[in-house]
Design a protein around this ligand. Structure first.
Ligand code: CP
Length: 312
């Protein structure tokens, strides 16, 4: 791969999942591949898992890692032709080109503002790094996608599935803060590429971008959707049509042990206990959230390996 900003950058998903599982068994096998190569990780937003798992993945491949919390650097300007007499001190044109001289791969995390749909969908941070950097770019979650999470989730389902075509349900859940659609978008796109019986459930009016969901089966009754599920991925997202709004906080959408039954519970984390999901689910053997978080390392590692391979 030459970049990784979308799950569809992966040419063969099942092959890369197999490769990630092999890397998990022998994480240091390709320690010489990243020798004298540097990963720069730029965080416009906070992270626990993405930051640590991507750094660990790079180090497993022998890479050096530099982390920049962009809020500690100069305020970046992304618009063309701006008279920069306001709060921005450096243009992304220089910043991306400069960082490309220090790093062989640049990874970027930049959430949406959730105020201006067109601006968020333009992916102005990621797309400017793609445009002005001269080295490969990895998304560590952008305005509309979280492809490293999607890949980790695909690895987890592959490892834990007990039948050839498991039923996988994506269920909306309430949340007090407006959250992006990036994780559900990437999960939907990933499930479209796997051999699963996939169903989405959410309150009416909470449809995701139809360009993402395409012909996914959507069932508005959560109990009906979850029936006979093997995996239930629970995630809040703010309203896509009334962009960024919280129009529903119905606690009846919280995942409970009673609703989940014997299905495996999935969530990308961080998760608000007893808002999104009740304690008894997270504390049960049916929860696979820690496996998902562990697989973030091997998702990042297989992506970095593929990009490093392309540089040979
Ligand atoms: N799931 C995930 O991306 O976690 P962080 O926000 O902690 O990186």
């Amino acid at each position: 791969m030459k970049k990784y900003t979308d799950i569809n950058d992966i040419p063969d998903l099942s092959e890369i999942i197999k490769e990630a599982i092999l890397l998990k068994m022998d994480p240091f096998k390709f320690q010489s591949l990243g020798k004298n190569k540097t990963l720069a990780m730029l965080f416009f937003n906070a992270s626990l898992r993405t930051r640590l798992s991507t750094e660990k993945a790079a180090r497993n491949l022998g890479m050096e890692v530099m982390v920049l919390n962009v809020n500690d650097a100069w305020n970046l300007e992304f618009s063309d032709g701006t008279v920069m007499n306001g709060s921005t001190s450096e243009h992304v044109k220089e910043a991306a080109a400069v960082i490309s001289q220090y790093a062989d791969i640049i990874a970027v995390r930049a959430f949406p503002g959730l105020k201006d749909k067109a601006k968020d969908e333009s992916e102005y941070v990621l797309s400017n790094f793609l445009k002005y950097a001269t080295v490969p770019i990895i998304s560590m979650e952008s305005a509309t996608a979280h492809p490293l999470q999607g890949l980790a989730d695909a690895i987890t389902i592959t490892e834990l599935a007990s039948k050839p075509r498991p039923k996988v349900v994506l269920s909306w859940a309430p949340h007090p803060k407006a959250l992006p659609q990036a994780v559900p978008n990437s999960f939907v796109s990933t499930m479209h590429r796997m051999d699963v019986d996939f169903v989405i459930t959410h309150p009416e009016g909470y449809e995701l971008n139809p360009l993402v969901t395409k012909d996914s089966k959507i069932v508005y009754n959560q109990d009906e959707a979850i029936k006979d599920a093997d995996f239930v991925y629970v995630k809040n997202w703010s309203n896509y049509n009334d962009y960024g709004q919280i129009l529903n906080e119905d606690p009846n959408w919280m995942m409970t042990s009673e609703k989940l039954g014997n299905a495996k519970f999935m969530h990308c984390l961080p998760v608000r206990r007893n808002v999104v999901v009740e304690d008894s689910v997270l504390d049960s053997d049916n929860s696979v959230v820690l496996q998902q978080a562990n697989n973030r390392t091997f998702a990042a590692q297989v992506v970095l390996k593929s990009i490093l391979d392309s540089m040979l």
